[in-house]
Design a binder for this molecule. Structure first.
Ligand code: SF4
Length: 495
């Protein structure tokens, strides 16, 4: 039976551009969407906060108060405000040609025209922002208004926050996208017609591709993937849309089903498929000398950082990456293990204290084992930002020993699934020490929750518990790194 064609909105139009099936599910089976995580909710909240700050640039602006459940009220209020001569509107509502939109900022321009500004917490205008603005211009113009220009207001990473209130005139930059919007408007009516036709029919077939995560994570990933095998082709490293289409056309959905020779895949992808199918665990001969290059005592180091569109610490810029925590394990020749940690807990500049504490613990000899180039990048950044410590930090950087390239080159394990991140490698090589059971089990959650706690400044048991969880998480990373090193050293006959 044909489905009822629902109304569209600018966000539904975006979903339809990303994937017709996603739009169909959004309109007809909304209850199948994945639950929204606390981390995602915190990112939404940040987006709202950024939007509110953007409004402060326009002191005479009027907010259309109706919320997202009060569309009719929002439309009526908008009409009334425009009739009353408002010069700047926030969240103005339009429903031209059945496309419901709320405009972040709408400014009166000469000769009865309007300028549209869409606020984003990104650092530049992106393609998806242009199509978003185009849907708004379409709806506004179909409602009888003329739009003179469209711009994206994004965060300006040159702005240095000195503390106090954020300055909305320096925090944001405007990027005119009128030409791109006009260009998209040429194809928008046809896209809308396609979407409406599709929505009146059955749910489109599922076709995985990069579009499932770009430009946004699809809300129905869990639903679509529910029927997929454990190691699905969409999780194959370096997989392209063309390869996914070829595999799906051949009825292959599991990496373990890929034939031994499958020319559409690269050689390194075929290796991943073979390792998975054969459940192979393999250590190369050169592992021992590669590991022996690390000098004892061995230190194992991990940084956690925070980055935000709204700087958290005075003297820093939007999206500047600021280390706020480290964990350090020290392994001596007799097998004894010691641990130190540092977590910055207030809104003073965390960097000097963090560096001093680290230099104090890491001493002057022994390799500092890290996993990936992330710590090296952070140390270089700290040396630039804190010249007084530059020489000591450079000496520390010279002692870094990156274990990830060693793993990449010398270990194959079917549970790695072609990846070599610590999150993948640790549970495979050291099954008794994964990340299960931790309240915080990934870096993004750690960062988002840390920022919320420090920004709010609230004290109490919840904050104390969060900081304890953050310490536990970071300590697990360096203990895990140490255990991976020990496991490999044992396999290589070094201990
Ligand atoms: S998971 Fe992919 S195929 Fe499924 S609805 Fe989302 S974007 Fe479309």
């Amino acid at each position: 039976m044909a489905a009822r064609v629902p109304n569209l909105s600018k966000s539904r139009y975006q979903k339809g551009l990303q994937c017709h099936r996603q739009l169909w599910l959004e309109c007809h089976r909304r209850h199948l969407a994945d639950p929204i995580s606390d981390t995602t909710r915190a990112l939404f909240d940040m987006g709202h906060r950024v939007g509110e700050l953007a409004r402060e640039r326009y002191r005479d602006g009027v907010l259309v108060e109706a919320d997202y459940r009060q569309g009719a009220l929002a439309l009526a209020t908008t009409r009334e405000l425009i009739r009353g001569g408002a010069a700047a509107l926030f969240e103005a509502a339009f429903d031209g040609d059945g496309v419901f939109v709320r405009a972040d900022v709408l400014l009166k321009a000469p000769r009865g025209c309007w300028d549209l500004i869409e606020v984003k917490q990104s650092t530049k205008a992106k393609d998806e922002h242009v199509t978003d603005a185009a849907a708004q211009v379409y709806s506004i113009e179909r409602s009888g208004l003329s739009v003179r220009s469209a711009a994206i207001m994004h965060v300006d990473t040159e702005y240095v926050w000195e503390g106090g209130d954020y300055d909305p005139h320096r925090l944001f930059a405007l990027e005119d996208v009128t030409d791109q919007v006009r260009s998209h408007l040429e194809i928008l009516p046809a896209r809308l017609a396609e979407m409406r036709r599709m929505l009146s029919g059955e749910c489109p077939e599922k076709r995985f591709g990069k579009h499932c995560r770009k430009p946004y994570d699809c809300a129905f990933l869990g639903h679509c993937q529910a029927s997929l095998p454990d190691f699905a082709i969409i999780d194959l490293p370096w997989v392209t849309d063309e390869q996914l289409a070829a595999l799906q056309a051949d009825g292959i959905y599991s990496v373990t089903e890929v034939p031994p020779v499958y020319p559409a895949l690269q050689a390194r992808q075929q290796t991943v498929c073979r390792v998975a199918a054969e459940r192979r665990v393999w250590f190369a001969d050169g592992l021992a000398p590669a590991l022996a290059a690390a000098e004892r005592p061995l230190f194992f180091l991990d940084f956690e950082t925070v980055t935000s569109p709204l700087p958290l610490f005075p003297g820093t810029r939007p999206y500047q990456v600021i280390p706020v925590q480290w964990s350090l394990h020290r392994l001596d020749g007799d097998g004894s293990l010691r641990h130190w940690e540092h977590l910055h807990e207030d809104r003073a500049d965390p960097r000097p204290g963090l560096v001093e504490a680290l230099l104090d613990r890491v001493g002057e000899r022994g390799s500092v084992v890290v996993y990936s180039s992330y710590e090296k990048t952070r140390l270089r950044q700290l040396a630039e930002e804190l010249p007084a410590y530059a020489d000591q930090i450079a000496a520390l950087e010279a002692r870094l020993f990156d274990l990830e390239p060693v793993v990449k080159e010398h270990v194959q394990h079917h549970e790695f699934r072609g990846r070599t991140s610590l999150k993948r490698v640790l549970p495979a090589l050291v099954p008794d020490l994964g990340y299960d059971g931790l309240s915080i089990a990934d870096g993004q959650t750690a960062m988002v929750q840390y920022e919320a706690a420090v920004r709010s400044g609230q004290n109490g048991p919840a904050r104390a518990q969060l900081f304890a969880d953050l310490r536990e998480y970071c300590a697990r990373d360096t203990l895990g790194l140490c255990r991976v090193y020990q496991h490999l050293a044992e396999r290589a006959g070094l201990i």
